[in-house]
Design a protein around this ligand. Structure first.
Ligand code: CUA
Length: 329
């Protein structure tokens, strides 16, 4: 799987990001033209009337209250702004398409709710082609790629659990804020497979810069397999039982959910399939046993200010917890 690591909005890989890039280039072109025109006339006037041309202290002809000139320089900017408003409105219409039922016929829309938290991402997979999915994932977003004969538009309903955040995968779509008590929408459709990177783009507190986004656009079959895996309850393996009992006896379960156990907390990420993710802490660390251990021992060191407290656990308890978490594939 290719990593599309660049964060450039000038290299769009989805139709929505394409509309935004085109609009941006057009506005830049129009405003550059105005800039060059105005500065050109100004510089030409300064040059022509410079003092070294000779001691001419006469006044240039004064034009005041000329109706044609006044009309021209009112109408021209008005027309330019009006055309730009129309173009922005049309692009906005293309970019914000909130209603999955208005997808082109034959397409299979995927509907997701995205919730921003300080400082991680929660994803509820709601429906695919109208059929319920009903599972929750965190931090790493998997989407199906569209194919020429089967469009897979993805509709995101963006919400926040605390403060304003902003969802931004520059190559896949416009930056859209997640605001408490409000639902914003965004849709993504792309044929490009791979890992797309992004970043929370609205300052949201101490660890805002540690709120990274990872979007995996999978082959449709691979996406289907991933969904099947995520819908399973957590694995129950003998080598994890001691750690699981510890997990359920500590306050872990108040904040985290592990489907198939009584842990159903919704304050922190769902851990049912923790090991299916490549990173920890919303993209800040590779996901492996050593980093899970560091995270559980003192997450405040890795993500200052996060809601997870540092646990004072013995080495043996840490070993058991890490052994349990490593079974959550
Ligand atoms: Cu969330 Cu910045």
């Amino acid at each position: 799987m290719g990593v599309i690591a660049s964060l450039s909005a000038f290299d769009p890989r989805s139709s929505g990001a394409g509309f935004i890039r085109d609009l941006f280039l057009l506005v830049i072109a129009v405003t550059s033209l105005i800039f060059i025109l105005v500065e050109g006339v100004l510089i030409a006037a300064l040059w022509r009337n410079r003092r070294s041309q000779g001691p001419d202290d006469s006044q240039p002809p004064q034009v005041y209250g000329s109706r044609p000139i006044e009309t021209a320089w009112t109408a021209a900017p008005f027309l330019i702004v009006f055309v730009l408003i129309l173009l922005v409105a049309r692009s906005l219409w293309d970019v914000v398409r909130p209603d999955p039922s208005k997808s082109p016929p034959g397409s299979e829309p995927l509907v997701l709710t995205v919730i921003g938290h300080q400082w991680w991402w929660e994803y509820h997979y709601e429906t695919s082609a109208g059929a319920p999915l009903n599972f929750t994932a965190a931090n790493e977003l998997h989407l199906p790629a569209s194919e020429p004969h089967a469009a897979r538009p993805v509709f995101l309903r963006l919400q926040s659990a605390d403060v304003d955040h902003s969802f931004w995968i520059p190559k896949l779509g416009g930056k859209t804020d997640l605001i408490p008590v409000r639902i914003n929408t965004l849709w993504i459709e792309t044929e490009e497979r791979g890992l797309f990177l992004g970043q929370c783009a609205e300052y949201c507190g101490y660890s805002h810069a540690r709120m990274l986004l990872r979007v995996y656009v999978d082959e449709p079959e691979a996406f289907q397999r991933w969904v099947k895996g995520q819908q399973q309850a957590a694995a129950d393996e003998p080598q994890g039982r001691a750690g699981r009992d510890l997990f359920l006896s500590l306050s872990c379960m108040n904040c985290h959910a592990v489907r198939g156990t009584k842990a159903a907390g919704a304050v922190g990420p769902d851990l049912t399939h923790l090991m299916s993710r490549e990173t920890l802490g919303s993209g800040i660390l590779p996901n492996n046993a050593e980093n899970i251990r560091r995270w559980v021992r003192d997450s405040q060191k890795l993500k200052p200010g996060c809601l997870m407290p540092a646990f004072t656990l013995s080495d043996q308890e840490l070993d058991q917890l890490v052994a349990y978490l490593a079974t959550l594939r």
